[in-house]
Design a protein around this ligand. Structure first.
Ligand code: PXP
Length: 237
């Protein structure tokens, strides 16, 4: 299973001082040297962490795969059409949220999302859609022509009882199986950490995980190289 490391919080720390350090470009290079299979950043409308310049420079230096999370707006689509990252993940975005709060409602926004996918694909950008583990939403992703889905693991990761946890993992697994059946590449992520990742790794239909907060938090104490390589080791089946 591949690991894409979300480095937004390196930029969060930099923006806390409106400084030039720590530099997300260094983080991306060290993460790749430590075994990351991809680098993910979220270019938010409020530019609270990652800036447009970061994305342009990351496109130049990332040697694995650059995945950019963004809202499906015309402005964002045009920025990505000019930078051309390898992949875009469409996510819902609310101005005051601490982090992405849930998956996109693909059924409700079908026409608008389809337009973004066509435009991004015309620039050779693969499109993944962040969805909650809901079979109808997965079907809608296939219908509108997405290449991949990222299944939201937040409910699994934050469930308190064994029962809700096993129900949540079953939903992730069922959606992953449906995704593969519909010829979608299946990714997963959100709120995964060193303690809860293993049951997700066992779902063989999932080919890649997007993990940010837990890796960057650990890297403060052990360094980004060790934080990434320890997570990468957990992703070995
Ligand atoms: N996937 C998506 C779509 C996200 O928005 C985020 C958070 O930026 C992640 C994965 C990573 O989540 P976490 O930081 O909890 O690992």
């Amino acid at each position: 299973m591949r690991l894409s490391v979300n480095i937004d919080h390196i930029a969060t720390l930099r923006e806390a001082r409106k400084s030039y350090e720590p530099d997300p470009l260094f983080a991306a290079q060290l993460a790749e040297l430590s075994g990351a299979d991809g680098i993910t950043v979220h270019l938010r409308a409020d530019r609270r962490h990652i800036q447009d310049r970061d994305v342009s420079l990351l496109k130049e230096i990332v040697k694995t795969k650059l995945n950019v999370e963004m809202a499906s707006t015309n402005q964002m689509v045009e920025i990505m059409a000019s930078i051309q990252p390898h992949q875009v993940t469409l996510v819902p975005e609310k101005p005051n949220e601490v982090t992405t709060e849930g998956g996109l409602d693909v059924i409700l926004n079908e026409a608008q999302l389809r337009q973004s996918i066509v435009r991004l694909n015309s620039h050779n950008i693969k499109v993944s859609i962040f969805v909650d583990p809901d079979l109808d939403q997965v079907k809608a992703c296939s219908k509108i022509g997405a290449q991949a889905i990222e299944i939201n693991t937040n409910r699994y990761a934050t469930s308190k009882s064994k029962k809700t946890r096993s129900e949540a993992i079953k939903m992730v697994e069922d959606c992953a199986k449906l995704g593969i059946k519909l010829n979608l590449e299946v990714l997963a992520g959100h709120a995964l950490n060193y303690k809860n990742v293993k049951p997700i790794v066992k779902i063989k239909e999932i080919s890649e995980l997007n993990i940010g907060h837990s890796i960057i938090a650990r890297s403060v104490f052990v360094g980004i190289e060790r934080a990434v390589s320890e997570m990468k080791a957990l992703l070995e089946v």
